[in-house]
Ligand binder design. Structure first.
Ligand code: WAQ
Ligand code: MG
Length: 266
C-alpha cells in the first residue's frame, strides 16, 4: 500500500465547554467526507444534548497502520460494585499485579476527578505518567470495514452492539498489543453507564456489569505496566496507527471460574 492512503479522523463535541461526545477512526481517503458527516451528526444528536462546538481533525497518516486482532470479549456475572472489586482483585493479582497497586487504582478511579487520559501504574502502584492530571490518551486507532461488520454481527448476537463497547474494545485492543501493558481497569465517566471492564492478555477484555452505582459522574482508566521505556510506550499509545482487521470471539455472560479457566485468545 502506498503512503498517505489512510487518514485519522477524530471528533470532540462539547456543550457550554463540557465534553459530550467523541469518536475516532482510521479511514481510506474515499471515506473521509462520509465519516466527517457521520461524526458531525453524532455530535449534534447526542443524548447528553446537542454539541454547540464540534472539533474534527482530519490527519493524513505518515505510516501505514499496523493491523491487529481485537481482544476476545466476555462479560462477568457481577451483581454489585463489591463483587466486581473482588473479581478485579482475583483477575489482576493472578497476573502479578500487587494488591497495593489494584487498591491504588481503585482509589484514584473513585476520587471524583475525571482525567482526560489514562493513568500508567507499575505493579507496585507507582504512577508513571508524566502529566498526573491529564494522563495519557490512546489515539490513532480504528477498525477496517470488514472487521467492523463482523464485530457488529458478533456483538448483536449477545445484545451488545453499541458504540461504548465497540470503541472501548478497539482502544483496549490497541493498548494491549504493546508488550509493556499487563492489565487495565476502566470505569466509564458516564453517570448512566455502569459497566466497566478489566483486561489482561491472558483473559482478554472482560466486561464488569455494575462496577459503579448509577448516577456517578466520574470514572477513568488505569493501565498497569511493566519493564521498559515509558516514553516509548506513550509514543505508541498516542501516535502509532493501529487498525483492527480480525475479530476474536465475543462470548456472553460467564462466571469468574469459567473465565479463569479459559486460555488466551479464545
Ligand atoms: N485514552 C485514554 N484514556 C481515555 C480515553 C482515551 N482515548 N478516553 C477516555 N479515557 C479515560 C478518561 O479518564 C475517561 O474519563 C475514562 O477513560 C472513561 O472514558 O464493554 O465509556 O469514554 O460495556 O467514559 C466501557 C464499556 C465504556 C464497557 C468505557 O469510557 C462495555 C467508557 P469513557
Ligand atoms: Mg465517557
Amino acid at each position: 500500500m502506498s503512503r498517505g492512503r489512510h487518514y485519522s479522523v477524530r471528533m470532540r463535541g462539547s456543550r457550554r465547554g463540557l465534553h459530550i461526545s467523541g469518536a475516532e477512526g482510521i479511514h481510506d481517503r474515499n471515506n473521509v467526507e462520509k465519516v466527517v458527516q457521520m461524526y458531525t451528526q453524532r455530535a449534534l444528536l447526542h443524548e447528553k444534548g446537542r454539541a454547540d462546538e464540534i472539533n474534527i481533525i482530519v490527519e493524513e497518516l505518515r505510516e501505514n497502520p499496523r493491523k491487529i486482532s481485537s481482544l476476545p470479549l466476555s462479560t462477568l456475572n457481577t451483581r454489585n460494585p463489591e463483587s466486581v472489586k473482588k473479581a478485579v482483585f482475583k483477575i489482576l493479582s493472578s497476573i502479578g499485579i500487587t494488591e497495593r497497586a489494584i487498591e491504588e487504582a481503585y482509589k484514584s478511579l473513585n476520587i471524583g476527578i475525571t482525567m482526560r487520559g489514562a493513568m500508567l501504574m507499575d505493579i507496585e502502584g507507582v504512577r508513571l505518567e508524566p502529566d498526573l492530571l491529564r494522563g495519557v490518551r490512546v489515539t490513532r486507532m480504528g477498525i477496517t470495514k470488514t472487521a467492523a461488520t463482523t464485530l457488529s454481527k458478533k456483538l448483536s448476537r449477545i445484545d451488545l452492539n453499541n458504540y461504548a463497547v465497540k470503541e472501548a474494545l478497539i482502544l483496549a485492543s490497541k493498548a494491549h498489543k504493546h508488550p509493556m501493558l499487563l492489565g487495565e481497569l476502566c470505569i466509564s465517566d458516564d453517570p448512566s453507564y455502569t459497566t466497566g471492564y478489566v483486561v489482561t492478555k491472558k483473559y482478554g477484555y472482560i466486561r464488569l456489569p455494575r462496577i459503579k452505582k448509577r448516577g456517578i459522574p466520574y470514572g477513568g482508566r488505569a493501565f498497569f505496566i511493566t519493564g521498559g521505556e515509558v516514553k516509548e510506550l506513550i509514543k505508541y499509545l498516542q501516535k502509532t496507527p493501529i487498525l483492527i482487521n480480525n475479530i476474536k470471539p465475543c462470548k456472553g455472560v460467564m462466571s469468574l471460574n469459567e473465565i479463569l479457566a479459559r486460555k488466551s485468545g479464545r
